[in-house]
Design a protein around this ligand. Structure first.
Ligand SMILES: [Zn+2]
Length: 209
């Protein structure tokens, strides 16, 4: 089982696997985005499995705000998956890092104490806008690191491995994207076979990530 690095930002821009089109309500893109962004907030990396309400604490965020770019309101490639807190904090700000275009790891880093640091001006801006350096979140990250340390020191423990799967594995309610029929079709249909639900069917789902 690979050991998770829950606060390591992706080293490459998100390479979209899905391309649903034509939904009139941006919320209909949510199952696609959940799968695309691995069930965690693209900005703070907090996961559905850490929320009592699971995916209800998350939503669809427009990278370029819909107030200024009406034409992008339904454009899948302008949508990301974010927790409600980051989504609300970001509001309608324009010019925020686009995780599909840049590597977030080149802009942000979380140290072993749970502190986050901007590596670029845009990284610092994102920290400020989404309040990623707030003390509660820093302490939360530190707590997660401590739990992981405990799990790692007890790799033979059945209980610890169950914890690892529960909090660092995939949620149980994986979306069945194959059943969804976007009105404007799917421009990247091959991504369906790579979705996490399909991987689970093939027994290829990692226990933790
Ligand atoms: Zn967030």
């Amino acid at each position: 089982m690979s050991f998770p690095e829950p606060f390591a930002y992706p080293r490459t821009p998100f390479n979209r696997r899905h391309g649903p089109q034509g939904y009139l309500d941006p919320q209909n893109y949510k199952p696609w985005l959940r799968d695309e962004f691995q069930f965690r907030c693209v900005y703070c990396l907090v996961r559905e499995t850490w929320y009592p309400e699971g995916d209800s604490g998350f939503g669809v965020d427009h990278v370029l705000p819909r107030s200024k770019y009406r034409e992008l309101n339904w454009e899948y490639d302008n949508l990301v998956y974010a927790c409600c807190r980051c989504n609300a904090a970001k509001q309608d700000l324009d010019g925020i890092l686009d995780p599909s275009k840049v590597s977030l790891a080149e802009n942000l880093i979380v140290d072993s104490n749970g502190m986050i640091h901007g590596l670029t001006d845009q990284g610092n801006e994102l920290i400020l806008v989404c309040q990623l350096g707030r003390m509660r979140l820093v302490e939360f990250r530190r707590g997660i690191f401590e739990i992981l340390e405990l799990i790692q020191a007890n790799r033979d423990s059945v209980k610890c491995n169950a914890f690892l799967r529960r909090y660092f594995g995939f949620p149980s309610n994986l979306p069945q994207l194959r059943l969804l029929k976007p009105p404007g079709a799917n421009s990247r249909p091959t991504g369906i076979a790579e979705s996490w639900f399909e991987k689970r069917l093939r027994n290829q789902l990692p226990d933790a990530y």
